[in-house]
Design a binder for this molecule. Structure first.
Ligand SMILES: Cc1cc2nc3c(=O)[nH]c(=O)nc-3n(C[C@H](O)[C@H](O)[C@H](O)COP(=O)(O)OP(=O)(O)OC[C@H]3O[C@@H](n4cnc5c(N)ncnc54)[C@H](O)[C@@H]3O)c2cc1C
Length: 451
């Protein structure tokens, strides 16, 4: 049995790996020359600006100019800020473990940038006072969680949100979903996601850069599969309600199973919408993604007490969807894990916004200022040691927002032998964890079909 995977991001590579494990012959087609999709790592060079544009991102500012940065940057970066939630409990690391492939990573708790800097965010006293209530919510019965899926975090905060508990309920649901508007965030989804990640590191970053994850998966796939880089799939061939192959270049190739991992909103650029029910086509086309402004700051000196730590912040009463903006500043990218030159450091940061706000340059610049303010709270005179900084905005961070008003599609499509995988489908978690776990959803569907 031969399967074709469209897209060499974490979703495509995870699905390919699980199919290889089950004895399938697999071909992965990736449009770009680099593997990893939105989770790729690369050098900051002349290609960087063009590359990020292909992933619905835009550079909004740099200091000094990009040309000067190209001449001096010996750093390895990702498309933008990346941390993986839950460490060994998250979908990504769990999948690698299942494949008996391990990657090294730096993990940490989270601190808070408020009037004062708190690391970690919860003191033993805080834990004593709020954890019983948090656990009650996290470990509510399954039926209660299902009930809570229809309730927004805004309602939960009205009921339970006092003092530190309020802060925790305002921060984490936003960080988990990359959506600022609490009225759109489902309480049940959030508690379920949080519960799944309990016992792992809150956030991790892989040694050698984010692409260590895709490289590890690719190594596994090569056992029985092929990965074609720089090979864009033009069309999915569908006959009598059944997917039968793909068109690459001028060639048609036949497969028993086809899995698309490209953002679902772009799916009908490679599949003829007439082959699908109209209602489903409209549903898929109207699914919304999430957005952010992300930054890298390169420093040649830094207080090493900050190494590997991550901090969250909240900017209240601002003119953004949800009235508050949540973001993070992280110190896991540095010379010790192979992404920065010797004795140099990268600070990666982000602030959440809606896709529309990310596309609007002046709104994006406002977020850049919020990020600057928070970095300066941690390192007031950081500019003294700064080599360069860049800010970009992204309007397709998570493929489909996991919110009350947006239900992610199943992996199975209405066309036989054709599936979706990646962060657009209704698997566990968000971002790279959702992409990795989508492979399990595809396998579950295939097994159901077989029986
Ligand atoms: C700036 C930024 C910051 C992020 N931060 C985080 C974070 O901190 N934590 C987290 O968990 N997630 C984060 N994410 C989200 C995470 O990167 C994605 O959820 C994940 O990488 C998506 O993987 P995927 O395989 O589902 O999709 P993609 O990575 O988009 O893979 C799809 C692949 O398909 C390829 N492709 C498209 N069209 C074709 C075609 N016609 N033929 C062949 N190939 C094609 C694309 O080039 C791409 O490689 C972030 C994303 C961005 C962009």
């Amino acid at each position: 049995m031969k399967a074709c995977i469209i897209g060499g991001g974490i979703g495509g590579l995870s699905t390919a790996s699980l199919l290889v494990k089950r004895g399938w012959k697999v071909d992965v087609y990736e449009r770009e020359k680099i593997l990893g999709g939105r989770a790729l790592s690369c050098k900051i060079d002349e290609n960087y600006e063009n590359l990020i544009k292909k992933f619905e991102m835009k550079l909004i500012s740099s200091n000094p100019s990009m040309q000067e940065i190209y001449d001096m940057a010996e750093y390895k970066v990702d498309l933008g800020f990346h941390l993986v939630g839950g460490g060994k409990k998250g979908g990504c690391i769990k999948l690698l473990k299942e494949l008996k492939t391990e990657i090294k990573y730096a993990g940490s708790k989270l601190g808070f940038i408020g009037q004062q800097i708190k690391y970690p965010i919860l003191s033993p006293k805080d834990k004593f006072s709020i954890l019983p209530r948090i656990f009650q919510l996290l470990f509510a019965r399954k039926s209660k969680i299902e009930e809570m899926k229809k309730i927004s975090m805004e309602e939960i905060i009205e009921k339970y949100g006092k003092g530190k508990m309020k802060l925790i309920l305002e921060l984490f649901p936003r960080l988990i979903t990359t959506v600022n508007d609490l009225s759109r965030i489902s309480a049940g989804e959030t508690f379920f996601a949080q519960r799944e990640l309990m016992g792992g590191d809150p956030v991790i970053y892989p040694y050698g850069g984010l692409s260590s994850i895709s490289n590890a998966l690719a190594k596994y796939i090569h056992k029985r599969g092929k990965i074609f880089l720089n090979k864009k799939v033009n069309k999915i061939l569908i006959e009598d309600g059944k997917a039968v192959g793909i068109e690459v270049g001028k060639e048609e190739r036949i497969y028993e199973l086809i899995i698309s991992t490209i953002p679902v909103q772009h799916f009908f650029t490679i599949a003829d919408e007439k082959e699908f029910p109209e209602e489903w086509v409209n549903y898929i086309k109207n699914l919304t993604s999430t957005g952010s402004v992300v930054s890298y700051h390169a420093l040649d000196e830094m207080d090493e007490n900050l190494l590997n730590k991550s901090f969250v912040f909240i900017e209240r009463n601002v003119d953004f969807e949800g009235n508050s903006v949540v973001g993070m500043v992280d110190f896991k990218m540095n010379y010790k894990n192979g992404v920065a030159p010797n004795k140099k450091y990268l600070i990666q940061s982000y602030a959440i916004c809606s896709p529309e706000e990310a596309k609007n340059k002046s709104k994006a610049m406002e977020l850049a200022e919020i990020i600057e303010k928070n970095i300066k709270k941690l390192i007031p005179d950081y500019e003294k040691n700064m080599e360069w900084r860049i800010y970009s905005s992204i309007w397709h961070l998570d493929g489909v927002a996991k919110t009350i008003d947006s239900i992610k599609p199943d992996a199975k499509t209405p066309v036989k032998n054709l599936y979706f995988a990646g962060d657009c489908v209704a698997s566990k978690g968000v971002g790279v964890n959702c992409s990795a776990d989508s492979a399990n959803l595809v396998i579950k569907n295939l097994e159901k079909e077989k029986s």
